[in-house]
Design a binder for this molecule. Structure first.
Ligand code: 13P
Length: 336
């Protein structure tokens, strides 16, 4: 177990966090189409390889979550992508769920699938160089949701996944994402997120998952995107930390937040504030997809051969997130 704990710590310690580059081909196609770039396997690789070979990886990125397509690709000079990531000092990881599907008997909600054949797929990913894995459960908030059925069934699936991942010698990232969609307020988000996370740990315990060899990837506590509530980053940080302090067992080494639709600045400022007031022993860092890639993608789309310029933008974002993971970010340094 100390081996898994070591991997987890290596991914999230010392001002490092995770680059979530595991968008499925469908999601990546949406992202590329939004900036008018054709979504071919070659273009998807070119953008990702540009990030993975940037200098910002060395000090700021401890782990990269890959999608099935990417972990099997090599760059034009023949280097395998997991090797390219390891060369930067980061650890390659892999998304292993197969997506969220309609949940029978609560059809507005979703259940994440991918358990069938997972043990065999994990063996293959391990051989390809993965040392950690990710599985995302999604929950919606409204008066009646998330339902008990969704909270229970997603927690159960996350625990079965986590047990299999540890059996195969890798660290499971446990990602229960309570979505920002809707007009709920931050109190609703606090309550529902607490309930969701507590149920996950109940199931993880039943499935005998060693918590020291896991990382939690939760949402921050925020009002819904259509809510009128005005909230500052101090309140967000206070509510987020309170929720995690009350719901996450102390053996868990660290928490790596998803950005979930926040802007790059918001996700950085909120993480910074979380660390400024953090009184727990948890490492609090980032596992951002959009909040690490958005500006870089926009810039890259104007000239996909401008590798250096794209990398400069990614390096800056990664550096800002790294400072935030230590509570040392400021607006001023971000605007330089
Ligand atoms: P975002 O940071 O864009 O929410 O992505 C993180 C992630 O991995 C979602 O599963």
């Amino acid at each position: 177990m100390s081996e898994l704990n070591n991997i987890a710590l290596k991914i999230i310690s010392k001002g490092k966090g995770i680059l979530a580059a595991d968008e499925s081909t469908g999601t990546m196609t949406k992202r590329l189409n939004s900036v008018k770039v054709e979504s071919t396997a070659q273009n998807r690789l070119l953008f990702r390889e540009t990030l993975f070979s940037s200098s910002g990886m060395k000090d700021c990125i401890g782990g990269v979550i890959l999608y099935d397509e990417t972990i099997k690709q090599s760059n034009p000079s023949g280097k395998k992508i997991p090797e390219l990531i390891s060369d930067s000092g980061a650890i390659p990881g892999i998304k292993v769920d197969t997506g969220a599907k309609v949940l029978a008997n609560s059809t507005e909600e979703k259940i994440t699938e991918g358990l069938d054949g997972l043990r065999e797929r994990l063996k293959e990913y391990y051989k390809l160089g993965a040392k950690f894995a990710k599985w995302r459960g999604v929950y919606i908030i409204s008066k009646k949701y998330p339902s008990k059925l969704s909270i229970y069934s997603n927690a159960h699936a996350l625990a079965r996944y986590a047990a299999l991942v540890q059996e195969s010698g890798m660290v499971p990232i446990i990602e229960p994402e309570v979505l920002m969609d809707g007009n709920h307020n931050s109190d609703d988000c606090f309550q529902k997120t607490s309930e969701v996370i507590k149920k996950c740990y109940e199931q993880l315990e039943i499935h005998k998952v060693e918590l020291k060899g896991t990382i939690l990837k939760p949402n921050m506590i925020l009002p819904g995107v259509s809510s009128d509530e005005k909230i500052d980053s101090l309140k967000i940080a206070q509510m987020t930390n309170k929720c995690l302090e009350e719901s996450v067992p102390s053996e868990v080494p660290g928490i790596a937040f998803l950005s979930g639709g926040q802007t790059e600045k918001e996700a950085t400022e909120n993480l910074n504030q979380i660390n400024v007031i953090n009184k727990t022993n948890f490492i609090m860092t980032y596992s951002y997809g959009r909040a690490l890639q958005q500006s870089a993608l926009k810039f890259w789309s104007k000239d996909i051969n401008n590798i250096k310029g794209t990398q400069e933008i990614f390096n800056h974002r990664a550096k800002m997130c790294s400072l935030a993971s230590k509570g040392k970010w400021t607006e001023k340094v971000d605007n330089i």
